[in-house]
Ligand binder design. Sequence first.
Ligand code: 8YV
Length: 330
Amino acid sequence: MRKKPLVVVTRKLPEVVETRMCELFETRLNETDAPMGAAELAAAMATAEVLVPTVTDRIDRNLIAKAGEQLKLIANFGNGVDNIDVAAAIERGITVTNTPGVLTEDTADMTMALILAVARRVVEGAHVIPAGDWSGWSPTWMLGRRITGKRLGIVGMGRIGQALARRAKAFGLSIHYHNRRRVSTAIEEQLEATYWESLDQMLARMDIVSVNCPHTPATYHLLSARRLKHLRPSAIIVNTARGEIIDEAALVQMLERGEIAGAGLDVFEHEPAVPTKLMRLAKANKVTLLPHMGSATQEGRIDMGEKVIINVKAFLDGHRPPDRVLPSML
Ligand code: 8YV
């Protein structure tokens, strides 16, 4: 009987996902969940037919060049594929898939949570009672900013951007967006969304800006030091996409100087490293920082695993996997 193909999973996945993978494939799991170093990844890519990496694995051109001939599929457990050199993989005849769609609503929820947290000082307020610092209600204490009636500028109107727009509309925000391509009139009408061809002009007029585009070479530091300067001093910015899209050092400087009012960040430029200055700002309640939790729901992670299984199974059965990533999509 033909041996089952070897699938190497780089991190610990939900138990039901791992169980099913072990039923279907010869699966090598990572029981300890310790992220793999480059040498370990190279070793996995030398023997596996399928690699299932996550955002914490950097699969660059160099690693791909060293992959064994048997490696035919990289089935990413995650939507963003900026951890993988997709062009290099395809040149080597390796198919790449991802898990789109199943983390849209969870990520949009977390974006909304960050908008509310920053505007209404939720994290700061939540620390008061456990610290024993509450002496009672006061008319002028702990005042945040109202979000109803404010302008939200969404950078990247894909699935997550649109899911955020639906939520934000229900909260009474007016929806503005910048995107590579203008979305259809039907979607614009449904979301009552205003398209800004010029990102600079949109940034200058928003109360809240949310980053929801993928990280690609074209969006690296899209919010550069120069662009960030367009923001109003009263503006807040949230990012649940990728840290690399904002020039983090420039953002920190503006926050320190009070050139913008606040930020809610779930992602960072050099994860898991977070600049000390940003941690200091968090302690001073100038920013809300979350440890990359946008899609972190039990349901979402199982759905992501299910997508990985479908992609791997389809591929190994000789079919085109549903979530193939092509360089033209990036
Ligand atoms: C995932 C994400 O947790 O899917 C993405 O693009 O950013 C996250 O929500 C992570 O990528 C899993 O690999």
